[in-house]
Design a protein around this ligand. Sequence first.
Ligand SMILES: [Zn+2]
Ligand SMILES: [Zn+2]
Length: 169
Amino acid sequence: MVLFCMGHKKAELADKVEKMLAGVRAAGLKLTPQRMAIVKELAADETHPTAQEIFERLQPGLPTMSFATVYNTLGALSSAGLCAALSLSPGSGRFDPNMVPHHHVVCDVCGAVRDVPPLAPGSFRSPDASAAKAVAHVAPGFELRSVERIFRGVCSSCAKNRVRTRSLT
Ligand SMILES: [Zn+2]
Ligand SMILES: [Zn+2]
């Protein structure tokens, strides 16, 4: 069962990478080994990395790669709707390869972002009545497509650091 799930996930990932590579090509960018590495790195990443993070991770293996290449490849993917460009916390934008509607949990201290699956099945398609009412009030006639929530707080490692700093002072 576990093996089956892993195989399934792998196939899903390969499919996602394939679609992303096609998107890069469709945007008129040459499919270089560098761009292929960038796409593979983002597709499997659940941490919502910044362009800088992807650049730093791949740079040792691809020393001639420029930051601009990382940036324009990620930009092409997000314009093509194959990844989402997020700005959930101060600092650089983050890139999300998960295009299935979902919520985010964001750490106030380090800015770490993780996915939160839909809270109830179908909740993105049919938001609860109070949300629909609030939207109708400010934007009459607005056709609501999805509702995304951001859960803000402090992640476990930042919370631990805080306790440590407190006990030192
Ligand atoms: Zn944190
Ligand atoms: Zn996400």
